[in-house]
Ligand binder design. Structure first.
Ligand code: NAD
Length: 351
């Protein structure tokens, strides 16, 4: 049995990971710490809380007393740290919360981990895994080589800069104090429980509500996409077999322009409506989808400030060292995702 603290376990990736880990390792003692910001949704893991599969604590990683108390009370040996402010647009409008949660909050967790694991107790099996992003590497030219773990950090948005800072702190606690840490820098995730301010769920929700689908600039920004459950499997491999002090890039080998993804979602939703007539009753507002015309909703808007043109991940290290590869294709993952949103309107319509 392992005592694991998962921060941000009510967010998109965190709640997928909590569900994944609780079902695969039911003997582990999971504590979820989440501040339930606008992006956190306790209902994502409610069934696990109700069946006593996990402990849920509503609180802030910036509250050092609370974090220390949790380490003592639950004898935490592993941390899987997802909690963050994660939306680039919000970081451009109001960066303060990003500095606080992503930098100060991460540092608090490191302080507590050092105190409880390297102090009098000496918890030899300890492990601090920090979830980060490919955005720390900056923007790639169209012909640039995908990001490797050794590439220079060149964060462009306040979000990316705050994540880069937290990565440096995690590294420093390993190098200076010998804390057993790992970091993963992942590309864009998609799947269930994704907050509908992000490209894929926003596109699905707007088609179902017959609202304009905003596309920044020319829509030709390129991102690499990974199915969230595959991200969870990648993190699992790092937790089980990753080398301490190492960084692992996780990606899907799957580059798409934003506009092509949006068009693909339009096509897929149009065909769902053609083949399943019950959707018309369920989503009476989705007039364009009913008429095979979702693309009509695409609307180009002014580009985001400092919008990075391209991210791409070289995931050969995690593949060669830990044998991790994405398990499903983008086509399959996107279809699963669309079906999840079609089946769970109460989850996203409330938001
Ligand atoms: N979404 C992606 O595509 C992506 C890609 C690469 C890396 N990441 C990283 O993965 C992690 C999770 O991303 P996500 O998309 O699930 O984010 P999210 O915004 O969906 O969820 C963040 C969670 O953290 C919680 N939280 C925020 N501030 C907190 C605080 N001060 N104390 C405690 N909890 C707090 C929120 O309530 C929420 O539940 C982040 O660290 C993000 O940088 C995300």
């Amino acid at each position: 049995m392992r005592n694991i603290l998962i921060t941000g376990g009510c967010g998109f990736i965190g709640s997928n990971f909590v569900g994944f880990w609780a079902s695969k390792y039911p003997g582990d003692n999971i504590v979820v710490l989440d501040a339930l910001t606008y992006a956190g949704n306790k209902s994502n893991i409610q069934h696990l809380i109700e069946h006593n599969k996990i402990n849920f604590v509503h609180g802030d990683i910036c509250d050092l007393d609370l974090v220390n108390r949790l380490f003592s009370q639950f004898q935490i040996e592993k941390v899987v740290h997802f909690a963050a402010e994660s939306h680039v647009d919000r970081s451009i409008a109001e960066p303060d919360a990003f500095i606080k949660t992503n930098i100060v909050g991460t540092h608090n967790l490191l302080i507590a981990a050092k105190e409880h694991w390297l102090g009098d107790n000496d918890v030899s099996e300890h492990h601090f895994h920090h979830i980060s992003t490919d955005e720390v590497y900056g923007s790639l030219a169209p012909d640039g080589l995908p990001f490797k773990e050794i590439d220079q950090y060149k964060p462009n948005s306040p979000y990316a800069a705050s994540k880069a800072s937290s990565d440096h702190l995690v590294r420093a606690y390993h190098e200076t104090y010998g804390l057993q840490t790992t970091i993963s820098n992942c590309s864009n995730n998609y799947g269930a429980f994704h907050f509908p301010e992000k490209l894929i769920p926003l596109t699905i929700a707007n088609i179902l509500n017959n609202k304009a689908i905003p596309i920044y600039g020319d829509g030709k920004q390129i991102r690499d996409w990974l199915w969230v459950e595959d991200h969870c499997r990648g993190i699992e491999q790092i937790l089980l077999n990753g080398r301490h002090g190492e960084v692992y890039n996780i990606g899907g080998n799957n580059e798409w322009t934003n506009i092509d993804i949006v068009k693909l979602i339009c096509t897929k939703l149009n065909s769902q409506f053609s083949s399943n007539k019950t959707l018309t009753d369920k989503y009476p507002n989705a007039l364009n989808a009913q008429n095979n015309q979702s693309e009509q909703l695409i609307s180009y808007v002014k580009d985001r400030l400092g919008h990075d043109r391209r991210y791409a991940i070289d995931a050969s290290k995690i593949e060669n060292e830990l044998g991790f590869k994405p398990s499903i294709s983008f086509e399959e993952g996107l279809t699963k995702t669309i079906l999840w949103y079609l089946d769970n309107p109460s989850w996203w319509q409330e938001l």
